[in-house]
Design a protein around this ligand. Structure first.
Ligand SMILES: Nc1ncnc2c1ncn2[C@@H]1O[C@H](COP(=O)(O)OP(=O)(O)OP(=O)(O)O)[C@@H](O)[C@H]1O
Ligand SMILES: [Mg+2]
Length: 288
C-alpha cells in the first residue's frame, strides 16, 4: 500500500504547479542536439501531450543545425561558417527550408499526433508568423560580413498561434522567416523562441539542450543566472558558442514580459515535467 500512496503523493506534488500554469503558455525550444536522441523523441511528444491535457498551452520551436549539415553533405554541398554563423546562399536556404519545414517539423508533428495529441506545424511564413530582415553579421574584429539569407526577427504575428491554442492544437514552429519581398530567411531557433515567448507573454520559455545548464568558469552548473552575471560570463568567454543565443533569447523573452526562462538538459527523460512540476526544478533559470 505504501508504494501506491507514495506514487499518489508524487502526482499530488504537481497539483500546485498545474493550478498555477493552467491556461498559460509555455514556449519550448527543442534543440537539434537534444532532438537527435532517438529514444527520447516519443517521451518528449508524450510530455507535450500531458501538458496540454492538464490545461497548459505548449508551443514548440525546433532547431535542426546538424540535420541541415547532413543533408547538405548528401547533396554534395559543403557547409561554410563565418564566425559561427552558417553562410546561407539561395541554394542553402532552399535546403534549410526543406529540412526544417519539410522533414523535422513534420516528424515532431507526426510523433505528437501518433501518441494522441493534436499538433499543427507552421513555418514563419504561415500566417506571416515570423517577419524577418537580413542580419548584418559582425565579426569580433568589428568587420561586418555578408552571410547571405540569415535573418533576424523583425516582428511576430501571434494570431495563428492563438488560433491553434484556442482550438486545442499544439503549434510546432520551424525557424524560417519571411522578408518584406517574400524572401526566405534562415533564423536561429533560440532567438525565434525568445521573440515568440515575448509576443505571447508566455509564462515560461524552456530551452531543451544537450547540457545540464549554464556552467561558470569552474565548470559548476549555475541554478540561477542574472542578466548582470550573464554579461560578465559572456565578456569572459565562459558562455560561448551555442549558449550565446539561448541567453540572448531568454533575456529578450523576460524583457518582453515572459515570467521565467530556463535552460535544461533535454537528454534527461521527462526533463520538461521535472522543470514544471517539481519543487527543485532542474537546469539554469535566467533572471533580469
Ligand atoms: N557556459 C556554458 N555552459 C554550458 N554550455 C555552454 C557554455 N558555453 C557554451 N556552451 C555550449 O553550448 C552548447 C549548447 O548549444 P547548441 O547550439 O550546441 O545546442 P542546441 O541549441 O540545443 O541545438 P541546435 O543548435 O542544434 O538546435 C553546449 O553543448 C555547450 O557546448
Ligand atoms: Mg543551438
Amino acid at each position: 500500500m505504501t508504494g501506491a500512496v507514495q506514487r499518489a503523493e508524487i502526482l499530488m506534488e504537481a497539483l500546485p504547479y498545474i493550478q498555477e500554469f493552467h491556461g498559460k503558455t509555455v514556449v519550448i525550444k527543442y534543440g537539434g542536439a537534444a532532438m537527435e536522441q532517438t529514444d527520447l523523441k516519443a517521451p518528449f511528444a508524450r510530455d507535450v501531450i500531458l501538458l496540454r491535457c492538464v490545461g497548459i498551452n505548449p508551443v514548440i520551436v525546433h532547431g535542426g543545425g546538424p540535420q541541415i549539415g547532413a543533408m547538405m553533405k548528401r547533396l554534395g554541398k559543403e557547409p561554410r561558417f563565418v564566425g559561427g554563423m552558417r553562410v546561407t546562399d539561395e541554394e542553402t536556404v532552399e535546403i534549410v527550408e526543406m529540412v526544417l519545414v519539410g522533414r523535422i517539423n513534420k516528424e515532431i508533428v507526426g510523433l505528437i499526433n501518433l501518441h494522441g495529441g493534436k499538433a499543427v506545424g507552421l513555418s514563419g511564413k504561415d500566417g506571416d508568423l515570423v517577419r524577418a530582415r537580413r542580419l548584418g553579421h559582425r565579426l569580433p574584429s568589428g568587420e561586418t560580413v555578408d552571410i547571405g539569407l540569415v535573418g533576424e526577427v523583425e516582428a511576430i504575428n501571434p494570431a495563428p498561434i492563438r488560433l491553434l491554442e484556442q482550438n486545442g492544437f499544439v503549434p510546432v514552429i520551424a525557424p524560417v522567416g519571411v522578408g518584406a519581398a517574400g524572401e526566405t530567411y534562415n533564423i536561429n531557433a533560440d532567438l525565434v523562441a525568445g521573440h515568440i515567448a515575448a509576443a505571447l507573454q508566455a509564462e515560461k520559455l524552456v530551452h531543451l539542450t544537450d547540457v545540464g545548464g549554464i556552467r561558470d568558469q569552474d565548470g559548476t552548473r549555475l541554478s540561477t543566472l542574472t542578466k548582470k552575471d550573464a554579461a560578465r560570463l559572456m565578456e569572459a568567454g565562459v558562455i560561448e558558442g551555442g549558449m550565446l543565443p539561448k541567453v540572448e533569447s531568454s533575456l529578450r523573452a523576460l524583457e518582453g514580459g515572459t515570467a521565467k526562462a530556463h535552460i535544461i538538459d533535454g537528454r534527461i527523460p521527462h526533463a520538461i515535467l521535472l522543470e514544471l512540476f517539481t519543487r527543485e526544478g532542474i537546469g539554469t533559470e535566467i533572471t533580469l
